[in-house]
Design a protein around this ligand. Sequence first.
Ligand code: SF4
Ligand code: SF4
Length: 442
Amino acid sequence: MRYFCRKGRHFSANRKSNGIATLWRTRSIILGISYRYFRQDKRDYPYMLQNQFQIVYFEATRRCNLRCPSCMTGSNEPRKVRRRVRSELTLEEIRDRILLPARRLGVHTVGWSGGEFLLRKDALDLLRLTVELELECSVLSNCKALTRKRLEKIQDVTRGRAKIIVGMNALDEGNRWSRDNDSDRSIQVLEDCAELGLGRHVVITIGKYNTESFEKTVDYIVKNSISYNRSPLVARGSGSQCFEQMGFDRNDLEKYFHPALRRNPHGYVSYTPFFLSPELHEQASGGIRNNTIPENPAIGCWAGSWLAINAEGDVSVCPVLLDVLNAGNVREQPLDELVESSSLFADITDRSRLKGRCGRCRYQYTCGGCRAMAYFHTGDYMGDDPTCFFDPVDRSTVSEHEEETNRNFKKYLLVARAAGVYKPPGDRPSGRSPLPTEKGKC
Ligand code: SF4
Ligand code: SF4
């Protein structure tokens, strides 16, 4: 099996000394077979757990070539980064402790992020490995290192299956303030991707700096048929220095961000408040686990629907909660075992335990409130989302935006189906296909 062998640089070096190489290869094959037998084939997760986690978001390095002032991984502080780089997971650890366990959990896509992921020397090897494991891959980049030549290389090693995710907060100078880069560079990369036939997605980090420009940014993205999601500015890493001043509040959300978000189904990814009728979601999904967190497709707050991992191997329920709210480390337990035994994942996926307005709301399950906003504003990740502008008396209070959300959700189902994250009832996933066999590999 290709991924149990020492391919590439390390293996080539070993191969030069024949005896050691043969021994190493034999050991790899034996370990590979026993690993597969005991850990792969024998672990058979129930359908529910296997289909809960579709995406791994992995910040594989903290190194970066930009200095964004609110960087949540703290990559704008070179001294701290240098100290932590020594603890970054290696390719072998990533393969054995994250990718193979993720596959057993039914994960569909790995999103490679940073820092700037492309600064890892083994970035292309990791992308190649992802595709060999039959996982889809996305590359989140600040675009500085993403030349046309680099894009072609990524296209080549992923057999054209990579999606490029670009961080772009505004089309105007707001982008340079928050991203340390001009939006022209991001736009150029998006255009190059279109020409090369690579998938495209944009992440817009929202805060007070882009209230006015948000609608225009979304309009540009939608006009160019690109999917997107909003990510909140949070008090993680260097964000903690400007969160109070620059974090958005409920008025900003109601007046500036929410109207554009709810109008465009291409961005129905991880945002709150999400006023989807629970009955409609149950009907569309086939009722899978809708009394805990909504799946097939995931909607509202995605915490607990995806797996977020930092460069040192800590795991959390959402990327913006990494470093501050961790379920454990993959060096101690492989990802699947860690998630299965985590009390954080157990809590966050049980929305019947939400408190305050979120706990008495009709959208308790289909929205759930941004758990990160609850945590960063109140310290309680199961608390009320203070940025929500909806004030339900009880479960009978219906939002004036429900009808519009329901209408656009039906369109979103088509997008989600095409992206492989939604299957209509009667056409449910039956779990992962077996891993590629040794035949024809290595
Ligand atoms: S906590 Fe939920 S809504 Fe907030 S950013 Fe994370 S997944 Fe999105
Ligand atoms: S009160 Fe909570 S669950 Fe209800 S809409 Fe607002 S954020 Fe969502």
